[in-house]
Design a protein around this ligand. Structure first.
Ligand SMILES: C[S@@+](CC[C@H](N)C(=O)[O-])C[C@H]1O[C@@H](n2cnc3c(N)ncnc32)[C@H](O)[C@@H]1O
Length: 363
């Protein structure tokens, strides 16, 4: 949790400049957000509505989801003849997030709310802390949203601690086709612990019949080691391994790294929901998102370059903290990663699987 944050600022490698893919992911979940808000307004009719966006990050996407939510509350209220509720909106992320950057965009959001919808009763604040644990007062939330965040675990799986000085997941950064059952179980166990704590925490904080729409990377295959769930890590591991072959990085450092990440299947999520018992799943969809979903009009920029930049903006702080590569070697790593991705994309289209799931808080 101390090293997990996106690349800050507005430079070439920043998350602000390289988060179009995540923006697309927010938009594919928007119809589920609309129906969840419709249900809340119809069934709960709150006078004061608690809304939270978990893992808001900073940059152009951090207010995208909440702007859409506020807009939808306004439209739905008019459709069903209710006055727009007072809106209490929390933007949550880990304490290392650049909340000051987010706050700078708030006046623009308030102006838009006032000008376009006449909404004045809208209060937005930042809330630093992990969503794997308690964040809000009991029964204060009506709608919880999160996009591109819940595939991050709270920590590297505890079951991956080296045994007798030997690393368990050598040469790999995450699960892969060659992972042993011990490694697979360690990741599954950490997902179970984290997701069950997430549900337990939100269950306390949400009102009865409140809704939650969560969108994150996952998989269709029952196999956690399927390419669709792991391949970006596999190729990044290959790029790091090529640095060790050239004597630029110790192999032991790669052996010791394990990403705090897990791409679950819908079935695994449903199992956690059943185990927790406080929510029902009232909608679930899987979407394929192309690795290179960006603007392909500039022929001087390869697909691999765009994909590698999108991934770099997310994982660089974590890699820097573990591998201590420095700027030049980090640039070299991502040049090699770009080439590896371009080679793969010349043979096949690579796609992420994104899950969007809508939950209702039980009575
Ligand atoms: C890829 S960004 C997504 C940002 C934004 N929602 C979007 O769609 O562009 C993932 C964010 O989740 C945050 N995050 C990861 N684990 C978290 C946790 N346990 N609690 C709160 N935020 C977390 C990260 O710090 C990061 O800002």
């Amino acid at each position: 949790m101390h090293v997990l944050h996106m690349n800050t600022g507005e430079g070439e490698t920043s998350y602000a400049k390289n988060s179009q893919l995540q923006k697309k992911i927010i938009s594919v979940g928007s119809s589920m957000v609309e129906s969840a808000i419709f249900s809340i307004m119809l069934e709960v009719q709150p006078k004061s509505m608690g809304v939270a966006d978990l893992g808001c990050s900073s940059g152009p996407n951090s207010l995208t989801a909440v702007s859409k939510i506020i807009h939808t509350v306004n439209v739905v209220s008019q459709q069903i003849g209710l006055s727009v509720p007072e809106l209490r909106v929390s933007l949550n992320d880990l304490p290392g997030n650049d909340f000051n950057d987010v706050f700078k965009s708030l006046p623009e959001l308030y102006n838009k709310m006032k000008k376009d919808y006449g909404i004045e009763d809208c209060y937005v604040w930042g809330l630093p802390g992990s969503f794997y644990g308690s964040l809000f007062p009991a029964q204060s939330l009506h709608f919880v949203h999160s996009s591109s965040s819940l595939h991050w675990l709270s920590q590297v799986p505890l079951g991956l601690k080296p045994k007798a000085g030997t690393h368990l997941n050598k040469e790999k950064l995450y699960l892969s086709k060659s992972s042993s059952m011990t490694v697979v179980r360690a990741y599954q166990q950490q997902f179970h612990e984290d997701f069950s704590l997430f549900l337990k925490s939100r269950a306390k904080e949400m009102v009865s019949k409140g809704r939650m729409v969560l969108s994150f990377l996952g998989r269709r295959s029952p196999n956690p080691c399927a390419d669709e769930a792991c391949y970006q890590w596999e190729l990044l591991g290959n790029a790091l391994m090529s640095l060790t072959l050239d004597g630029l990085l110790e192999k032991e450092k790669i052996d010791a790294f394990n990403a705090p990440y897990y791409a679950p299947s819908l079935e695994e999520v449903a199992r956690e929901v059943e185990y927790d018992g406080s929510f029902v799943v009232d909608g679930a969809e899987t979407f394929e998102i192309e690795w290179d979903d960006g603007d392909k009009s500039d022929f001087n920029i390869s697909s691999g370059y765009r994909v590698a930049k999108t991934i770099r903006a997310v994982v660089e702080p974590m890699l820097e903290s573990h591998f201590d590569l420095g700027t030049e070697l980090m640039d070299e790593l991502f040049r090699r990663y770009t080439k590896i991705i371009d080679d793969c994309l010349s043979k096949t289209k690579l796609k992420y699987i994104n899950l969007v799931i809508s939950f209702m808080r039980n009575e």
